[in-house]
Design a protein around this ligand. Structure first.
Ligand code: CA
Length: 251
């Protein structure tokens, strides 16, 4: 998922960004309320990790303004302010969760998953699509009950497809979710990840809609052809080029 960190402490912010990136998330990190305001206005985030003591603003005021403007992005407050009144104030201002520093990265990641599941209306711990079963909390994919070895980016991509089952996801949307602002050049790797999902799970698991984007493959396509786990070749460039928009959107 795409996460915004608002944290003025350099060491903590850097540690959180690195840690969440290693888990496969796209993470933007800003240190002031003004930058966070601009980021929230410009980009759709799946979740925000919000410090309360910022150099130019107070996190509670920031959050209150976002909620007043209709922003529904799940927000996890991460602060040293542990007084009960502060917790109540943060939650009343619209925080979805409130964590006291220091926090274990694994716990923060789990809380982020929990608040995004709630906001998406998907409390189900297991998602299914035909013979595919996916457990987001464990990042575990099973195909006909057998576990599939996916990288964190491939898991993220699969999660995005499964969590928008009836939507066509554009390349731009997927890249926004998978990569950070400063990694815009990784344009071809999306196609590589799609190729790997097809190879590792089933050729029909992802459907390309020419010029539009990608969607989960229809269920009947998953029954017709057996999963191919034999080849480990690079993406078939001829296949990918025929399914790309005529002008491309990589420029
Ligand atoms: Ca602070």
């Amino acid at each position: 998922m795409r996460i915004l960190i608002v944290e003025d402490d350099l060491m903590l912010g850097d540690g959180l960004q690195r840690g969440l990136k290693l888990m496969g998330h796209a993470v933007d990190w800003f240190r002031t309320g003004a930058d966070a305001d601009r980021a929230v206005a410009a980009m759709h985030y799946d979740a925000v990790v919000l410090d309360l003591g910022l150099p130019d603003d107070d996190g509670v005021s920031l959050l209150t303004r976002w909620r007043q403007k209709g922003c529904q992005t799940p927000v996890v407050v991460l602060t040293a302010r542990d007084a009960v009144q502060c917790r109540i104030g943060g939650l009343d201002a619209g925080a979805d969760d409130y964590l006291i520093k220091p926090v274990e990265l694994d716990e923060l990641a789990a809380r982020l998953r929990a608040v995004t599941r709630r906001s998406a209306g998907m409390p189900e711990p297991v998602w299914r699509h035909g013979p595919l079963e996916y457990q987001p909390a464990a990042r575990l994919a099973l195909w006909h009950g057998k576990s599939v070895d996916l990288t964190s980016r491939e898991s993220m991509l699969l999660e995005l497809l499964l969590s928008h089952p009836s939507r066509v996801l554009t390349r731009e949307f997927l890249r926004d979710k998978l990569y950070d602002w400063d990694k815009g050049s990784e344009s071809n790797t999306l196609e590589v990840h799609i190729h790997h999902l097809r190879r590792k799970i089933h050729p029909g698991i992802v459907r390309t809609l020419r010029g539009a984007g990608y969607t989960l493959g229809p269920l009947d396509a998953l029954e017709s052809v057996p999963a191919d786990t034999s080849s480990d070749s690079a993406p078939d460039s001829s296949t990918d080029s025929t399914t790309s928009p005529p002008t491309g959107d990589d420029a």
